[in-house]
Write a protein that binds this ligand. Structure first.
Ligand code: ADP
Ligand code: MG
Length: 239
């Protein structure tokens, strides 16, 4: 269970302002999508939320605590990136179990959790394979499995499907929608530059442009009431 409050957040990289006066509230269990063109600051905002990047000004609180005041291991945040770095010498089962293994969880418990996650992610038949014997979509599912096994309160995705071909992206979109319904208390933030992903998966869409939030709303809000030509163009609505 985790809600996120961002107020007057600015982020600069040396002299370059990348995020400007970001104000955003995300409730527990919401599936929020950040969209916007390449370079607009989506990944930077996600990294600020994860605590991987400090902010230059403003506040970013998770459940009322400043993210940088909480130790990384206690933040309850998992992240999946576009390039799913699996351990090539470990089987699927070992890759998924890895966070539990380093945390010293018993073999029996690791096994139970891996089986459960593999069935959620349709990986049961692949548990003994090495990553090189998997398709791109299957590898990305393993990366997702390795993230969920830690039972995160907040799950951050940075363009997880952009290396996959079109048919696989459609399939993975459906699978992520299923995952969202299986994890109703997990807050999910999903970064993409693909408006179809945004429109089909989001409870709430945040449209970013050059480091500023252009509009926040449900997919229908944005489609029916785009507040600028930019949003209309991005969402594909007829304004
Ligand atoms: P997006 O994910 O929307 O494509 P990013 O958040 O990656 O955008 O980048 C936003 C801007 O910040 C870009 O101009 C990018 O070049 C710059 N940027 C991102 N990361 C760094 C960094 N570590 N150092 C300097 N500039 C960066
Ligand atoms: Mg990015």
């Amino acid at each position: 269970m985790s809600s996120i409050r961002i107020a007057n957040l600015y982020k600069n990289y040396s002299a370059l302002p990348v995020l400007k006066d970001i104000n955003l509230e995300i409730e527990t269990g919401q599936f929020v999508v950040f969209v916007g063109p390449s370079g607009c600051g989506k990944s930077t905002l996600l990294r600020c939320i994860s605590g991987l990047e400090g902010v230059s000004a403003g506040t970013l609180a998770i459940d009322g605590k400043m993210v940088n005041d909480v130790a990384p291991a206690e933040r309850g945040i998992a992240m999946v990136f576009q390039s799913y770095a699996l351990y090539p010498h470990m089987t699927v089962a070992k890759n998924i179990a890895y966070p539990l293994r380093i945390a010293g969880v018993s073999k029996a418990e690791q096994h139970r959790r891996v089986e459960d996650i593999a069935s959620k992610l349709k990986l049961t038949d692949y548990l003994h394979r090495l990553p090189k014997a998997l398709s791109g979509g299957q590898r990305q599912r393993v990366a997702i499995g390795r993230a969920i096994i830690r039972d995160p309160n907040i799950f951050l995705f940075d363009e997880p499907l952009s290396n996959l071909d079109a048919a696989l992206r459609v399939q993975m979109r459906l699978e992520l929608t299923t995952l969202k319904s299986q994890l109703p208390n997990t807050t999910m933030i999903y970064v993409t530059h693909d408006q179809v992903e945004a429109m089909t998966m989001a409870d709430k869409i945040v449209v970013l442009r050059a480091g500023v939030i252009e509009q926040v709303g449900t997919p229908m809000d944005l489609y029916d009431w785009p507040q600028s030509e930019f949003v209309a163009g991005f969402i594909g609505s007829p304004k």
